[in-house]
Every structure is written in C-alpha cells, then in structure tokens.
Design a protein around this ligand. Structure first.
Ligand SMILES: C[S@@+](CC[C@H](N)C(=O)[O-])C[C@H]1O[C@@H](n2cnc3c(N)ncnc32)[C@H](O)[C@@H]1O
Length: 300
C-alpha cells in the first residue's frame, strides 16, 4: 500500500500549488502541513519519513483545496510570522508583509539612538504587527496604536496579550490621530510609524485575487491616487511629533516621490529619505523633524 510520508505530501502539495500559481508554493505547503500536524515548519524536515494518518490527510486536502481557490494560507491557519514573532491573523486584518519588517527595522534603529523612555504612535495598526515587533525589541518603548477597525483591533489585542506587552502597548479605536488626543498625557511622540492603506482605485483591480477577494478593503484602498491617508497624516503630524522626532511610513512601490513631496509641504522636517526594499521598489519614507528652538543660556 502507498505510504504518504511528510516528504511525499510536501512535494505533492508544492507541485499542486505551483500548478495553480499559488506563491510561494513550497512555503505555503509547509505552513499548511505544519498546521494540520501541529508541528513547526522546521520539524517537517526532521520528520520527513513519518507516515501521515488518513485523518490528517483529509484535513490537509480540504485546506489545500481552499488555498488552490486563492484563499490566503495565513487566513486558513489563523496565524503568520512577522519579525520572527508568531501572530494571530483573521480576515478582519491585513496579513503582515515581509516588506513591513523593514519599517520595524528602521523604527528600532531610530529608537536605539535615543536615550530614556520613548513614546511611539503606530497609526493604522491592523493586526498590531508593527507595535508588537517594536515593543518586543525595544523594551523602554511605550506605544499607542490606533485603527479605525474595531474588529482588527480585537486581533491586535490578542497579539499584544500573546506577547505579554499589555503594559506598554495601548490600543485605541478611531480615525488616525483622533483617539490619541485625549490620551496624550506624555506630550508629543518621539516616533510615529504607519503602514497606511495606499492602493489606488485603479491599482486595486490589478491586485492578485487572494488579496482583492479576501483582505479587508479598508486596509488597502486610499482614493484615486492611493495618497489619501498620507495627505491626512501630513495635515496633523506636526502637532503630534516632538522636535527631533521621526515619522516612518511604508509606501506603495512607486509612491516614494509623491509622499516625499507631501512631507516637504509640511515644512517641519529637516531630512526626508525614501528607501527601496529588496525588490528595488520604493518602500520606506523616513522624515526627521527639525530640532526645537535652542535653549537660551541665561547663566551669568
Ligand atoms: C495596510 S493596513 C496595515 C496594517 C498593519 N499595520 C500592517 O502593517 O500589516 C492599514 C490599516 O489601516 C486601517 N485604517 C484605514 N483607514 C484608517 C483610518 N482613517 N484611521 C485609522 N486606521 C485606518 C485599516 O483598518 C487597516 O488595519
């Protein structure tokens, strides 16, 4: 009788996904098989010859069928990995992308150059991935994270609890900075981070089916040119950022220059940089705010 080992199943699912255009095929196969077996991806490779029961294969077959119809694998298994942290995910929030890890990297670098407790604001937090990753890796950071979607914030709350960050990350529901105002007992923020919706109406039609049909539209769409949320952040950012503080945002793959121009118009930043990701697409814009007025030396 034919024996279905982990290795054989992994190869079979990978081939099926490749044929269906589900990318990355091998990684997606590993996630699904690991999930139905209740083991980590790496353990698949140490148990290659283990025979998989019919019951587990039935479960796998069902999930593979749904993934083959473009349902995102991360939603099927209810979790993903971001900045080496396991996070819960549901269709109520965007699936955190590897590109966003670059934003986290820059945020942590910025915070580590400064001394004392740092106050961070994460706008459009979704699953809470950015806030969680920053708080986990910068232990003197206090973070306020906001989102307009109450259901996304429920997932963020689970992730913050899962990583025991409740004492340092506060979640607030509302439109961009609106819910922050009454909370601002600490004054302004040292750092504001944001991965906003940035897909234009026309680009939305060109997105992969798994994104267009399954991820929340309010996490993606941002008007005719995809710049609506950046424009609204630019209107308010000066009021919320300390002198010498920074704003770090993710952008769409061709939006770097447009976002730079919006930030230049704010006229409170000294240095604005646009950084590309590993695929050479625009990805991270960092704007450093001017220093405050010099302190007057009135000593005799
Ligand atoms: C691109 S997703 C980013 C989610 C998460 N930060 C990440 O990087 O995966 C954008 C998020 O912005 C939220 N959002 C959209 N419009 C908003 C608004 N006006 N105020 C606050 N949040 C908003 C959406 O609900 C969604 O969770």
């Amino acid at each position: 009788m034919e024996q279905w080992t982990i290795q054989k199943l992994l190869n079979w699912v990978t081939d099926y996904f490749t044929e269906k255009g589900i990318e990355p095929a091998r990684f997606s196969a590993e996630l699904l098989l690991g999930d139905v077996l209740g083991i980590r991806r790496i353990e698949l490779y140490t148990q290659f010859d283990t025979v998989v029961s019919e019951e587990v294969r039935d479960k796998l077959r069902e999930l593979v069928k749904r993934a083959g119809q473009n349902e995102p694998v991360q939603y099927l298994i209810g979790k993903t990995e971001f900045y080496s942290l396991e996070l819960e995910i549901t269709p109520d929030c965007l699936i955190p992308r590897p590109e966003t890890e670059l934003l986290v990297e820059r945020a942590i670098e910025f915070l580590r150059q400064r001394s004392g407790e740092q106050f961070v604001c994460d706008l459009c937090t979704g699953s809470g991935c950015i806030a969680t990753a920053i708080a986990k890796n910068f232990v003197t950071g206090k973070i306020i994270a906001t989102d307009i979607s109450d259901s996304a914030l429920k997932i963020a709350a689970k992730n913050i609890e899962k990583h025991q960050l409740g004492g340092r990350v506060k979640l607030l529901c509302g439109d961009l900075f609106d819910p922050v105002v009454p909370q601002l007992d600490s004054g302004k923020f040292d750092l504001i981070v944001c991965n906003p919706p940035y897909v234009s109406d026309s680009e939305f039609e060109t997105l992969d089916k798994n994104v267009r049909d399954y991820e929340p539209k309010e996490a993606l769409l941002a008007g005719v040119d995809g710049l609506d949320v950046y424009k609204r952040i630019c209107e308010k950012v000066d009021d919320f950022l300390k002198p010498d503080g920074a704003l770090i945002m993710e952008t769409g793959y061709r939006q770097g220059q447009a976002v730079r121009e919006l930030l230049e118009q704010v006229n409170c930043f000294t240095e604005i940089t646009v950084e590309k990701d590993l695929s050479n697409n625009d990805r991270i814009v960092t704007a450093k705010k001017k220093s405050g007025p010099p302190k007057l030396d009135i000593s005799p």
